[in-house]
Write a protein that binds this ligand. Structure first.
Ligand SMILES: Nc1ncnc2c1ncn2[C@@H]1O[C@H](COP(=O)(O)OP(=O)(O)O)[C@@H](O)[C@H]1O
Ligand SMILES: [Mg+2]
Length: 255
């Protein structure tokens, strides 16, 4: 039975997609079967693997709008390797959200559950890369998620949003597994100071912050731009040291 993980923060640009795709990559290298689902209409999850979803018909929004299950859609998943499949998203996910907004909450928050239920035994992990939004997709995630992971950059705006995010998750009675600091620059006093603030925010909500910090390194965007892969999956020995951060994170999270 798959464990369901979602990477979330209601702020953009904090490395939700980078972290979700790299965690999925590491797990696939460990021969865990992973389904990585793009929960953001911006479509960056599949773009990380070189697939621009803008003109695709076979996306999450289309599946949810047509009441398709993941079982029915599985022939159209993007097969990255033997262990990693990706469900892309595009603008049709926003169209879906608008189209169901008038439905009663108890109906409109079950779409993702209905989508993944039939394939829960086919995967070890189902990972959602989420949008920086408080929307119907978040409502749906709350219904199914085992581990919600909040990623945050140790800067004033992002720490404030981490706090807002934890208020949202408290309100929705979702347990946050951990806060993961990303894009850290520990050679700066600002980041050291703000990491402390981030830790205090976590503790105020009884949430752990991981000891693994993902440092701010160009290798993460380089991997996507040059290799069309998350860093964790690039076969280039120059990246070995940086890849270790992703492996350590997966280990610390206990996956
Ligand atoms: N550890 C990192 N070091 C440097 N740049 C990073 C790191 N993680 C992410 N980035 C870059 O930061 C930007 C935002 O990351 P992204 O994963 O798209 O965030 P989100 O999904 O939260 O909007 C991207 O340009 C990405 O390449
Ligand atoms: Mg993203």
């Amino acid at each position: 039975m798959a464990k369901i993980i979602a990477f979330y923060n209601n702020k953009g640009g904090v490395a939700k997609t980078t972290t979700a795709t790299n965690v999925a990559g590491v797990l696939s290298l460990q021969h865990k079967k992973v389904l990585l689902i793009d929960g953001d209409p911006q479509g960056h999850t599949s773009l990380t693997f070189g697939v621009n979803a803008d003109n695709l018909q076979t996306t999450l929004g289309a599946y949810l709008s047509s009441h398709w299950t993941a079982k029915q859609a599985s022939d159209y998943f993007i097969n990255v390797n033997d262990y990693l499949d990706v469900v892309p998203s595009n603008q049709s996910l926003s169209d879906f959200i608008i189209s169901v907004s008038a439905e009663e909450t108890k109906f409109r928050n079950k779409y993702l559950k209905n989508f993944i239920d039939p394939i829960k035994n086919d995967y070890d992990y189902i990972i959602f890369d989420m949008a920086p939004a408080v929307d119907i997709i978040l409502e749906n995630i709350v219904e199914i998620v085992d581990d919600l992971i909040v990623v945050a950059v140790p800067e004033t705006y992002a720490v404030k949003n981490a706090e807002t995010t934890l208020k949202i998750t408290d309100d929705k009675h979702v347990t946050v597994r951990s806060i993961v600091p990303t894009k850290t620059q520990l050679n700066t006093n600002t980041h050291k100071f703000m990491l402390n603030n981030l830790k205090e925010v976590a503790e105020a909500h009884n949430i752990k912050m991981t000891d693994t910090y993902i440092p701010n390194l160009i290798a993460f965007s380089e991997a996507v731009s040059i290799y069309e892969l998350p860093l964790a999956l690039v076969k280039d020995s120059r990246y070995k040291k940086t890849q270790k951060y992703c492996q350590n994170l997966v280990k610390e999270l206990g996956y």
